[in-house]
Design a protein around this ligand. Sequence first.
Ligand SMILES: Nc1nc2c(ncn2[C@@H]2O[C@H](COP(=O)(O)OP(=O)(O)OP(=O)(O)O)[C@@H](O)[C@H]2O)c(=O)[nH]1
Length: 663
Amino acid sequence: MTLSSKSRASLFRYYSSCGCNNKYAFITYNPTLIFSRTKTSNPVYKRKLDLSEYSIDKIRNFSIIAHVDHGKSTLADRLLELTGVIKADKANKQILDKLQVEKERGITVKAQTASLFYEYKGKKHLLNLIDTPGHVDFHYEVKRSLAACQGAILLVDANEGVQAQTLANFYLAFELDLPIIPVINKIDLKVAKPEVVVQQLNTLFDITPDQIIKISAKLGTGVDEVLKAIVERIPCPQVTSGSDKATQVPFKGLLFDSHYDRFRGVVASVAVKEGQISAGDKILSLQTKKKYDVQEVGVMSPDGVPISRLYEGQVGYIIANMKKAKDALIGDTLCLAEHPVDPLPGFKPAQAMVFAGLFPADQSEFSSLQDAITKLTLNDSSVEVNSDHSAALGQGFRLGFLGLLHMDVFEQRLRQEFHINAIVTAPNVPYKVKVKGAKNIKFYGGEVVTVLNPCHLPPLSIIEEIQEPLVLGTIIVPDCYLGDLVSLSMKYRGVQVEQSYIDDTRIMFKVVFPLNEIIVTFFDELKSVTSGYGSFDYEDYGYKTGNLVKLDIYVHNVIIEELTSLVHVTKVEDRGRELCLKLKEHLSRQQFEYTIRAAINQRFIAKETVKAYRKDVTARVKSGHDMARKKLLLDRQKEGKARLRLAGKVPVKKDVLMKVLRK
Ligand SMILES: Nc1nc2c(ncn2[C@@H]2O[C@H](COP(=O)(O)OP(=O)(O)OP(=O)(O)O)[C@@H](O)[C@H]2O)c(=O)[nH]1
């Protein structure tokens, strides 16, 4: 069915009058219409999709996993082209990276699905691809994507070889018992060393050379081999009911991802484990116990294509009037309202690792900031939101992120998509504080209190111990940097637990670090001491009692709460001195002299003095010999300054805080 331009125009007017001003959305509102986009390069849209022709043995669900920049999204582009989902075009670059921040930074931050239609040995196959992010902060995305798959392509750069995230991602797939197709990418590079990578894959993962496919995702070389391997080596989805009975078995689906469409609410990505689902069905969320009417089901190819029915084994999306991101809980099981089922195992919720305060630059913008955070978290449910207040910055929020890049990306999206200029305070990690005394335990609601903001630390007298979060870091470096790496690890309080060669020249280290030490500068320093060759990945390693102290900064005898931090006892003096010096550099002089001091439990460990402005009050005394008059004027000035010093305040403005907080 195609629409005449007249009926298109009237439809557009109709949907515009309903408040829908998205030029694509008016077409997608009606599931019976065939999608049309301004860029109609997509042959899929020329026909209506009916997935009933793909029996379960013709379906493959797979992810592409790899270290950062090893070419996942570029391979996805070639797969989309080869299967005719998009037209081959030099302009196709990381098509599945849809967010502006992804395009600008050239990284994937959100996993994306795409359905490909591939004819193999005369039979049509439906291949559901999930392109995953590579950066350590987004491991959680990879983990849940893999739960919707039966296999994974492990991509390794032919020049860089196996890196820290290659290992982490391999083990994620391995733990789920997924078949892995090892692919060496970028063989077109002059510096490519595919044979070295073959040796690494063999040493580390027991992968034999005959299993490995060598490609250039950029040029398309060898990509057809990857398509064949997907069909041959990845099994079709396992379903308990068997394909014939699919129609009689009640629907059971795993909600593995979601995003928020401002016109249509939550779009939930679902892997259909049993039965089938179509628009008009009433579904139940087993976690929230809420019921919804399904308005549309479809597949991403690469944008949403509505279809009449999603069948057992398939991966697609459901739109069911879910208004909030919290309605679509990742890992939830969806079923038909009248046929409740046993829940699927689901996932552990994402754990925020890094917390920071977010304040509006101007308090009048507080509600705009609140609104923007609510909207952004609809698309990113892994952000933890708490309210916060600061004496200098006013009302704001304390947000929890999966890592520093995640925090950066969130802040960039606030700026770009909502035009909000927020002040982000220094990142810190969640500490666990053990309090003593039955009365205190009752007051804090438990023996262990989680402290997200160091200035909210319970009084020292009732603290039994402070525990800090640890991570197990994996570092891969050429062995010539061995000495530099050992010193670097020690500087960041790392404890080495393992060391082994992954090929003739490169070493893998496992080091336990306090998370607080590595969140800001460690990665940059690692890159710098290893001339860019070192790679780093980390995973949660629990909590350990740390010899930590609370560092307070006083400006003219007033504590600046935003600068309060928990620091290891061996580093606290350096940190105290550094903060005092930075403040001195950025604070303005006053009519009176004042001090900037760093203190542990009110014991001062560092001090800087900011001198007063000097005004020559004796300049007006004409006679150079009137010493008595000069003395009188100088004494008066001294008294005035002493009075000011007592009553005067030193404003620590937001821009000064920002400069000091940036490490
Ligand atoms: N020479 C060459 N460059 C490639 C090839 N494949 C990818 N690239 C380049 O490598 C860079 C990273 O590619 P991406 O596809 O964005 O890598 P990615 O793994 O998706 O990156 P993240 O999502 O950030 O982890 C881009 O500049 C690509 O053009 C290849 O086969 N040969």
